[in-house]
Design a protein. Structure first.
Length: 231
């Protein structure tokens, strides 16, 4: 975390409206990415506004003693605020068409995994089923059970079973996944080839049809983006 970010957080917690505004605007991409997961259940603008409340609570409650960054700490608070809004606002309704697409995509994902032995990316699943990445994400989310860290699992909560230390790791991973999701399709493909499939820059260039130099430049740009997203 940069000294500038630490100063902004400290000022915002002390009631500085300008510092709070800068932090909110700087993390609005995170709020929008989380809100998009629930857009089939309410108006996106409403979800973003509610998610912003969660972000503000995260800023006010953030402690520098935590071994994590603000964006990671904010993820469960933003998500929790949106889920609370949806729960209080009435029953969640998902269309049968969206659920069917979700089931079809899940079946396609399982079939692709069976063929290749590796977990397919969201873009690969979308291409297999002839829909956009956004449509695939929405449909898969509609058939995925949502589990809160505070949800009961027998006599204990999920957090108690996995350990509180693991929650921070999970949130860190979630924040990284969301940051990667905001990259361009070409950039995401570079990340997939280089860091998930273990390819060299030369091999990645051959897959994307570009030079190794182009991949090297893209990789530097991607890492810079991800660092700024997670600071």
């Amino acid at each position: 975390m940069t000294s500038d970010t630490r100063s902004l957080i400290a000022a915002a917690r002390d009631g500085d409206p300008e510092a709070m505004d800068r932090l909110v605007r700087g993390n609005m991409g995170l709020v929008k990415s989380i809100a998009l997961r629930f857009r089939s259940r309410a108006e996106l603008e409403d979800l973003i506004q509610i998610g912003t409340i969660g972000l503000i609570k995260a800023i006010r409650g953030f402690s520098f003693d935590r071994e994590t960054v603000l964006s990671t700490y904010a993820v469960p608070l933003i998500t929790g605020e949106i889920k609370r809004f949806l729960r209080d606002d009435g029953p969640i309704k998902v269309s049968r068409g969206l659920k069917k697409r979700g089931r079809d995509l899940s079946a396609a994902r399982d079939a692709m995994f069976a063929r290749t032995g590796t977990e397919p990316s969201l873009s690969e699943i979308a291409a297999e089923c002839g829909c956009t990445v956004e449509e695939a994400a929405e449909a898969l989310d509609s058939v995925r059970a949502v589990v809160s860290f505070s949800s009961p699992a027998g006599e204990k909560t999920v957090e108690e079973l996995i350990g509180s230390d693991c929650v921070a790791d999970i949130c860190e991973n979630l924040a990284l996944r969301q940051a990667i999701a905001r990259l361009s399709p070409e950039e995401r493909e570079v990340v997939s080839c280089r860091y998930y499939k273990g390819m060299s820059q030369q091999q990645t260039g051959e897959v994307l049809g570009v030079s190794q130099v182009r991949i090297s430049r893209l990789e530097k740009k991607i890492l810079s983006k991800l660092r700024s997203e997670l600071m």
